[in-house]
Write a protein that binds this ligand. Structure first.
Ligand SMILES: *Cc1c(COP(=O)(O)O)cnc(C)c1O
Length: 830
């Protein structure tokens, strides 16, 4: 593809429009008052903060609505190839400040706020996080929407409108407690319900509420209704406003009130309740199999609603079904929407009445799949039983796909039945426990399979789905993840952003490769000073926020050492905790030890059913309490577990971080994205050679990170003989740390509380090889601390990291998807 027609990662600079000119329709101050008066019906001077937030958000929505319509009309008129990003999760966070920034409205809003005596930052705090995701996968989807809109790509996100998003976390006596997140309890000012565009979803079964749970009732076909709710996705500069369309489930009977008079009244009501239960709650687990039928039904509901919607749009604008892959690119974010393969086949075969060959070609050329994990327990496999009960026609189609595919495999590898068994879409189990392998279905039914970092794509190809990669080598590719530098740097870190713009201009916001121009500034003493000042200010701001919201006091002159991410054994929060126990032992043994004061921040949620992950949270909290209670150590090291890790907490902490811990067992973290957010914000990385951290080191130079520990290859090679006992016997500090945990030193009134942790690390073989990496981690830690003592050298490295983070903009990632997978070009709005 030549340069002129290809997508570049460099959208043009947005225009700085004045008010009264296009494209806005109104003034913020007048709109704001009108919303308070006519929506909330309150005297503006007596309104509550929440009412003010709603009125302000509504005003911003008014300002963008014309442009939103204009964008959609442009797509309808120009009929470009469109991208549909299908995902069970969108971890959006808050929208007000981000939309105001992207619309370039900040000066106007701040003036309005100032003149009206409003506390702008306080109003921003009124917005709940839209927590419709578990972690990295959902946040990636949100960053991608931002990049696609900024790059003026004709795109739409499809997801589910969960009434309850990710649970809210509190800590009680050190333990995680989960609370429902009723983020829609109060009307969300951004969403627009499009009831007239409802779709019907036919199922081979119905659902009933039974003892508080949803039960499948087989052989009773039913129809669900999907109602779309659209949210604006504002591109930076406000030129393109795409939509995120979230589906809400309701029953036909609840939707169509006429049914009540004719049908079974009670049955209709129960049906309605059961149907609404379908989009009630996000499953709070991002990496383990959960054999629940409700989740399966949710996945089908997303796929069926979205495909019906996009096929209707396609048919409105195109006569010929053969144009489908020229007009539609569907990206499946992990296997969760893989039922799109048999669903699209069903539409083409049964509704369009095309033949098999034609339907199959169109399906494959339209769909593309992104893999997010190598953990075998996280590869989705659904019991055949669910298909038999809910989707019998889809099962027929899957059997036919499998039959044809396995014939091809047998032709290419005659007599290799072991291979046939490995690649089959069906995993055979004893007494009708067969399962459908969703990753295999996604790979066979699409034209592209990508991993999310170079090492991950490589391991995917050579280990996890090796046979399929051998069969379809041309389908496999890599798209290293990225994050949007607008939310994660420009919005989250105004002080550093200002310093960067002062040094290199503001082109970096939409052309993040330009951040490389900051490299010479690492050698500029004045810039180093402003970098250190921005960091110090951000740390003080974070410390103030923490004190005012939780009463906890931290020292902004200590090293802020952070690990925030889902709690999981492979991410090894426990390795970090062991490091702290060793440092604590050193201080106890030698109080005169010269050690810079440090604050260790942890944050993250554990899946409610993941016992060990919850125990790790408890351990971190007890470790924090023990250290706080030790007068000899207090003030030298401190551990803080930040409850309720979410997008807005990440935005707060990133600017304040000195050190980023990315310490997964090598070969287990697909990419990671918090590593990138920290890098852009000038934190130094201590980490293993895993995921995208490897590419960060390539960009910045290994000497500017603190890498340590086993490589992915070494992890695999030592699996057979690795013994944690060797380290226990031979590393004295490791032994002392484990013995201290075993002695109930951190659980004095809770005897044996951490036995399971201790046993996992020692008796049960330490699957994630914590002990193998602990001494190397401590060595890296020592190097890091001695660098910190030299403020100039530290600033130099940190600035070089920021300057080397250009690759990790999601604009670059999206440009690659658009060019190499989707073949979609920008469709600018006039
Ligand atoms: C970026 C982000 C993640 C992903 O973090 P990793 O360290 O890459 O797992 C998870 N949750 C939130 C809220 C994030 O912002």
């Amino acid at each position: 593809m030549n340069e002129a027609t290809s997508v570049s990662a460099k959208p043009e600079q947005p225009a700085r429009h004045e008010f009264g000119s296009v494209p806005f329709s109104g003034r913020p101050d007048a709109l704001f008052e009108r919303h308070l008066l006519s929506d909330a019906v309150v005297e503006p001077s007596t309104a509550y903060d929440r009412q003010r937030f709603e009125a302000l958000a509504r005003s911003v929505r008014d300002l963008l609505s014309r442009r939103w319509i204009e964008t959609q009309r442009t797509y309808d008129q120009q009929n470009p190839k469109r991208i549909y990003y299908m995902s069970m999760e969108f971890l959006i966070g808050r929208s007000l400040a981000n939309n105001v920034m992207n619309l370039m409205l900040k000066p106007f809003i701040e003036r309005t706020a100032h003149e009206g005596g409003l506390d702008w930052l306080g109003l921003v705090e009124q917005e709940p996080d839209a927590g419709l995701g578990n972690g990295g996968l959902g946040r990636l989807a949100a960053c991608f929407l931002d990049s696609m809109a900024t790059m003026q790509l004709p795109a739409m996100g499809y997801g589910l409108r969960y009434e309850y998003g990710m649970f809210r976390q509190s800590i009680e006596r050190g333990w995680q407690r989960e609370h429902p997140d009723g983020w829609l309890r109060r009307q969300d000012p951004w969403e627009v319900s499009r009831r007239s565009q409802f779709v019907e979803v036919a199922l081979g079964c119905t659902f009933e509420m039974h003892r508080g749970g949803l039960q499948i009732v087989a052989n009773r076909p039913s129809t669900l209704i999907g109602i779309p709710y659209d949210r604006p996705v504002v591109g930076f500069g406000g030129k393109t406003i795409n939509s995120l369309r979230l589906w809400s489930a309701t029953a036909q009977d609840a939707f169509d009130f006429q049914e009540f008079s004719s049908g079974d009244f009670v049955g209709a009501l129960v049906g309605g309740i059961a149907a609404q239960t379908l989009t009630r709650v996000l499953y709070p687990d991002d990496s383990t199999e959960m054999g629940q039928g409700l989740r399966f039904a949710q996945e089908y509901f997303l796929v069926a609603c979205s495909l019906a919607d996009l096929v209707r749009r396609f048919r409105r604008d195109n006569r010929d079904w053969n144009l489908l892959p020229d007009k539609v690119a569907i990206q499946l974010n992990d296997t969760h929407p893989t039922l799109a393969v048999p669903e699209l086949m069903r539409i083409l075969l049964d509704e369009a009445h095309l033949d098999w060959e034609q339907s199959w070609g169109l399906t494959q050329r339209t769909l593309a799949y992104t893999n997010h994990t190598l953990l075998p327990e996280a590869l989705e496999k659904w019991p055949l039983r669910y298909f038999q009960q809910m989707l019998p026609r889809h099962l027929e189609i899957i059997y036919e796909i499998n039959h044809r595919f396995l014939s091809d495999v047998r032709r290419r590898y005659p007599g290799d039945e072991a291979r046939v068994e490995r690649v089959s879409l069906i995993e055979e189990g004893p007494d009708n426990k067969d399962k459908v392998r969703m990753a295999n279905l996604a790979i066979v039914g699409s034209h592209s399979t990508n991993g999310v970092a170079a090492i991950h794509s490589e391991l995917l190809r050579t280990t996890t789905v090796r046979d399929l990669a051998e069969f379809f080598p041309e389908r496999f590719n890599n798209k290293t993840n990225g994050v949007t530098p607008r939310r994660w740097l420009l919005l989250a870190n105004p002080a550093l952003s200002g310093a960067i713009t002062g040094a290199i201009g503001d082109g970096w916001t939409t052309d993040f490769d330009k951040i490389a121009r900051l490299k010479p500034a690492a050698e500029d003493a004045a810039f180093r000073r402003s970098f250190l000042q921005a960091k110090r200010d951000a740390k003080a701001r974070f410390a103030n926020w923490l004190k005012s919201t939780s009463g906890q006091v931290v020292d902004p002159d200590s090293i802020f050492d952070c690990q925030i991410k889902r709690i999981h054994e492979y991410k090894r929060q426990m390795l970090n905790a062991l490091r702290i126990v060793v440092l604590y032992n050193r201080l106890r043994a030698n109080p005169a030890l010269d050690m810079a004061p440090r604050t260790f921040f942890f944050g993250g949620k554990a899946a409610p059913a993941y016992r060990l992950a919850k125990l790790i949270i408890k351990f971190i909290n007890n470790l924090a309490g023990t250290i706080d209670g030790d007068p000899a150590i207090r003030g030298r090291i401190k551990v803080v577990f930040l409850p309720e890790y979410c997008v807005s907490l990440a935005e707060r902490l990133m600017p304040a971080a000195d050190v980023s811990n990315q310490i997964s067992t090598a070969g287990f973290e697909a990419s990671g994205t918090s590593n990138m957010k920290f890098m852009m914000n000038g934190a130094l990385t201590v980490g293993t050679r895993d995921g995208a951290t490897i590419e960060m080191a390539q960009e910045a130079g290994e000497e500017n990170l603190f890498l340590f520990g086993l490589t992915a290859q070494q992890v695999v090679d030592s699996r057979g003989w690795y013994s944690p006992y060797w380290h226990y016997e031979n590393d004295t500090e490791t032994r002392a740390a484990l013995d201290l945990i075993a002695s109930d030193y951190f659980s004095r009134n809770e005897r044996g509380a951490f036995r399971l942790l201790h046993d996992t690390l020692l008796k049960h073989g330490d699957h994630y090889m914590h002990l193998a990496d602990l001494t190397a981690y401590l060595e890296a830690d020592r190097a890091l601390c001695s660098l910190y003592a030299d403020r100039e050298a530290w600033a130099r490295k940190a600035i070089l990291n920021v300057a080397s983070s250009g690759k990790f903009s999601s604009d670059r990632t999206i440009a690659q998807y658009a060019r190499e997978i989707w073949h979609v070009k920008p469709c600018p709005v006039a």
